[in-house]
Write a protein that binds this ligand. Structure first.
Ligand SMILES: Cc1cc2nc3c(=O)[nH]c(=O)nc-3n(C[C@H](O)[C@H](O)[C@H](O)COP(=O)(O)OP(=O)(O)OC[C@H]3O[C@@H](n4cnc5c(N)ncnc54)[C@H](O)[C@@H]3O)c2cc1C
Length: 448
């Protein structure tokens, strides 16, 4: 593969349509309700409820007709099956799925929130659904254990105290077991007495999606690497930028990664820690021949990389990913705001600005932290439309759009990469000035 040119393409305002969580959740909820509503309104079978017990509605004797607790309980459980199926689909990192969500970083945020929602739905299913007291099937204990294990898996993924204690690679390994728990849950759904088995549309949708979920998990867990080989690189230079940040240059050994300025890739340094692949933004431009990354110590592996990486080390690269690119920023006036190590995508993007009107503000604690200031200043002094300034918070306080003295924000696209507080503050200030949220593009620096 050969890297494509570093041009800023195509021209025009941002036109990309992406599925944001504000739309994603209503859509999957809406589809679900629709299928259930159609099936129930057309249902003409003679459903007989066995003697059952529910946590929420208590026990009832055999009845003809469908008990409301069954509808409530099964709507929840079938939702869980489909929500998790979409989550496994996201985990395949397929390009077309990433494109729908506007970048892998955004997609993983939805993936994480969906997991939490699915667990709430699962608990709702558990308390509402009737348990058949007349017969035992293996599906019953399977469902119970699946509930407990999925609950533990999602708590480990999102609960801050667990997140703090459980190291990322250990969590990632255990997270892969979610597929096994899911298969247990689907088997439970197929084995226990249920209404859904008599509803043709909902049944096909839910079990069809379950198939998608299981296949996606099998692909991700066992086949992913075969279809997505990593490219071997070698460390060609290492430079200490400050006490917590190291720049690493890589040269290709077998073929170069094709990427657009602003994208990121997964880098695996076998020598470091458990050899886990970590996402880093590519801070070089496609025409440079090699790759450059700047790594800040934010956890175990990134701390070990400070001083633990040397010229000649092997590195394996997979990518590229991400939509934080010029293509998605469009052609209009731009303001870029970087916070700390969030400067990395802009190092690549800045070289492709051409004659566009772009102003980059790099927020750092003090001027000494702005280790790329010289490189960016040199670009700003060139012929193009690129402007650059450092915002040291020790001198100027927290970043504020007011200080930029903008005439308006309607004709401007904002790109922001940095701590969540900076991103939220910028979006808020753009909205306060009458701008649209969609004119603010941001990059997530954490998946978990
Ligand atoms: C799209 C993207 C671009 C990034 N670009 C840069 C960059 O240019 N420079 C830079 O210094 N940092 C960047 N990061 C952050 C960097 O990936 C994490 O700091 C690093 O992975 C932390 O690993 P650790 O073992 O040191 O820390 P840990 O303590 O293990 O993890 C700290 C946090 O980092 C994230 N993380 C850790 N390992 C992984 C992994 N394998 N995959 C995904 N997320 C992980 C998780 O949110 C985790 O909670 C980027 C992150 C993302 C998502």
């Amino acid at each position: 593969m050969v890297g494509h040119g570093g041009g800023w393409h195509p021209k025009g305002a941002p036109t990309m349509r992406i599925l944001k969580q504000e739309l994603y959740f209503p859509i999957i909820i809406g589809i679900h309700f629709l299928f259930w509503a159609i099936d129930l309104s057309l249902y003409s079978g003679d459903f007989i409820e066995p003697r059952s017990d529910t946590l929420l509605f208590g026990e009832y004797e055999n009845t003809t007709g469908i008990h409301p607790s069954r509808i409530v309980g099964e709507v929840f459980s079938s939702w869980v099956v489909t929500v998790f199926a979409f989550n496994f689909l996201m985990a395949t990192r397929a390009r077309w799925v990433e494109r729908i969500f506007g970048g892998l970083d955004k997609m993983y945020v939805i993936h994480r929130r969906s997991g939490v929602i699915a667990v709430v739905l699962l608990l709702a299913h558990f308390v509402a659904v009737p348990r058949d007291l007349t017969a035992f099937t293996v599906g019953k204990p399977l469902g119970f254990y699946a509930l407990i294990l999925i609950l533990l898996g999602v708590v480990a993924a999102v609960a801050p105290p667990v997140k703090k204690r459980l190291r990322y690679h250990a969590w990632l390994r255990s997270h892969r077991l979610m597929g096994v728990f899911y298969v247990m849950g689907v088997a439970h759904a197929g084995l226990v007495f249920s209404l859904i088995q008599q509803l043709p549309i909902t049944r096909v949708y839910v079990f069809g999606m379950a198939g998608v979920g299981v296949v996606s998990w099998v692909y991700r867990a066992f086949l992913y690497r075969r279809f997505n080989p990593e490219l071997p690189y070698e460390v060609s230079a290492v430079r200490k930028l400050d006490a917590r940040t190291t720049e690493i240059d890589l040269k290709p050994l077998e073929g170069s990664l094709a990427f657009a300025p602003g994208q990121f890739a997964f880098f695996r340094f076998p020598k470091v820690g458990q050899g886990e692949a970590h996402p880093f933004t590519i801070a070089s431009t496609p025409g440079d021949g090699g790759l450059r990354i700047a790594v800040r110590a934010l956890g175990d592996d990134t701390s070990n990389m400070q001083g633990g990486v040397e010229a000649g080390d092997r590195v394996f690269v997979e990518g590229p990913f991400g939509h934080f690119t010029a293509e998605h920023a469009g052609d209009q006036k731009q303001i870029w705001v970087a916070g700390g190590i969030g400067i990395t995508p802009f190092l690549s993007l800045a070289k492709a600005v051409g004659d566009r009107d772009v102003r980059l503000i790099w927020c750092v604690a003090n001027r000494g932290d702005a280790f790329y200031a010289e490189e960016l200043q040199a670009l700003a002094e060139g012929d193009g439309g690129f402007g650059f300034e450092v915002w040291p918070s020790e001198e100027k306080g927290t970043f504020s759009l007011a200080a930029l003295e903008l005439a308006g924000v309607d004709d401007t696209t904002f790109m922001v990469c940095g701590p969540p507080g900076l991103k939220d503050a910028l979006r808020k200030q753009v909205l306060e000035r009458g701008g649209r949220s969609s004119s603010v593009l941001d990059e997530e620096f954490a998946f978990r």
